[in-house]
Design a protein around this ligand. Structure first.
Ligand code: FRU
Length: 467
């Protein structure tokens, strides 16, 4: 492989060429998952934003399609969402096919406002609505990233909008005329930076016949390990107002790693599924790839757990069974002080089941750098140390040891691609996504007790993928 393509992900979406950031317009229609994204088609650094476009039938393999939306006299095309307007509430349907409507931010030199575009050919071509913008700017500097869903109970479209330090909610019966409802957030959660890319979703609570509302909010900077990250609030939404059951100072993080941002859910799927941009604004413009820059996370399905009144987001990576081709290592009920497993080059997946939170490291080793995942029973946390993981000097913000608190430990799943690791602990209740840039392939896994005593395990498994 040329050094240029070394960091091309195998399991994750990346554009063939040029810059991408946030996933946009996630919508499912007639067997196709649409993924639009912030795209700069002339450069590998951020610039005048377009909506790039890709589709997938399985959320694993993607086909890139022509650019869907270009900047115009109202401005660049910033982040937003898309819906299928099944009942033609917008009146924009022209043929047999249900009309898809994209709701996005026009980022002009003067200000930000919301506009719509529509497609009558299954998302292949898009026409901007002649009445744009549909929500004009009420004199707010940050006023962007509309995420729209159909609220059954009130038979209305609801829009969540990021407004600097709070989220505003609007509603509409036709996707064109919007009425302001309420706002949430000045006093809640993390305000280390600007709020972006909201999503209000209704999630099933595991083991209960109940659903609960969750408000997703990206914040940049302010993340628990610095820079960009995603927080969430659990609560209620009555069609007008979101009310959280959290106290003001409480922070809930969807992902404790440095590289999971701007994630939102697909519209129109049975189970909520989201995908994020696997990057951090602190160094996104400097990552050492050549022809392309930026990639998406693995898509993850979402649910919620209620433990004594505390609701926790659960994320499960979407990996088809056919992908998991090859068991490289599988051992039950043993112990290690040090255990070495040879692995083929990434991607691969490591699964681990233990009885409790022991103190040990998993080292991902290669000629071109080592990534260390440290489970620490004493301080009750897991850390990802990427200080010696390969190329780290492209940004002063990159070389880091990032930590996530863990009260207990049952299992972990590590998904390792060419330039990323996604760590799902305790069935996806604690998650960390980190990018890294080794200058050669990872070829060895080392499990190592960090105290002078054996670590007992229920299972250690390693699998490779075929794609
Ligand atoms: C989040 C974000 C959005 C904005 C877009 C611009 O990463 O800053 O708020 O719409 O990126 O590319």
């Amino acid at each position: 492989k040329t050094s240029m393509e070394r960091y091309r992900p195998a399991l994750h979406f990346s554009a063939d060429k040029h810059w991408i950031n946030d996933p946009n317009g996630l919508v499912f229609y007639k067997g196709e998952y649409h993924l639009f994204y912030q795209y700069h088609p002339h450069s590998t650094i951020w610039g005048p934003m377009h909506w790039g476009h890709a589709i997938s039938k399985n959320l694993v393999t993607w086909e890139e399609l022509p650019i869907a939306l270009y900047p115009d006299e109202l401005g660049a095309i910033f982040s937003g969402s898309a819906v299928v307007d099944w009942n033609n509430t917008s009146g924009l349907q022209t043929g047999e096919e249900a009309v898809m409507v994209a709701i996005f931010t026009h980022h002009g030199e003067d200000n930000e406002k919301q506009s719509i575009a529509y497609s009558n050919d299954r998302g292949r071509t898009w026409v901007k609505y002649e009445g744009n913008p549909v929500v004009s700017n009420p004199d707010l500097k940050d006023f962007r990233d509309p995420k729209v869903f159909w609220h059954e109970e009130t038979s209305k479209w609801i829009m969540s909008l990021a407004c600097g330090d709070h989220i505003r909610f609007y509603r509409s019966h036709n996707l064109k005329d919007w009425e302001y409802l309420s706002s949430f957030g000045e006093k809640y959660g993390n305000h280390g930076g600007v709020w972006e890319c909201p999503d209000l979703i209704n999630l099933e609570v595991e083991g209960e016949q109940l659903k609960k509302w969750v408000l997703i909010v990206s914040v940049n900077p302010g993340g628990p390990n610095d820079g960009s990250a995603i927080q969430y609030f659990t609560g209620d939404f009555d069609g007008r107002m979101f009310v959280t059951d959290q106290c003001e100072s409480e922070e809930k993080w969807a992902d404790w790693g440095r590289d999971f941002y701007a994630a939102v859910t697909w519209s129109g799927t049975e189970q909520p599924i989201w995908i994020g941009w696997m990057n951090n604004w602190q160094y996104a413009n400097q990552t050492p790839t050549a022809e392309f820059r930026g990639s998406m996370s693995i898509p993850r399905s979402l649910s919620l757990e209620n433990k004594e009144g505390v609701h926790t987001l659960i994320q499960t990576p979407i990996l088809s069974d056919e992908m998991r081709s090859n068991t490289i290592f599988d051992r039950q009920n043993g112990s290690f002080e040090s255990l070495t497993v040879k692995v083929p080059e990434q991607p691969f997946m490591v699964e681990l089941k233990l009885n409790n939170l022991s103190s040990f490291d998993i080292l991902l080793k290669g000629e071109g750098g080592n990534l260390r995942v440290e489970f620490d029973g004493a301080s009750q946390e897991v850390r990802v140390d990427r200080t010696k993981s390969g190329l780290v000097e492209f940004s002063e913000h990159f070389a880091s040891v990032d930590a996530m608190p863990l009260k207990s430990f049952q299992d972990a799943l590590l998904l390792v691609d060419k330039a990323s690791v996604e760590l799902f602990v305790n069935g996806g209740r604690s998650v960390m996504t980190e990018s890294f840039y080794p200058t050669g392939s990872i070829n060895t896994l080392e499990f190592k007790s960090s105290l002078n005593e054996p670590v007992e395990y229920k299972q250690i498994g390693v699998q490779s993928f075929s794609l």
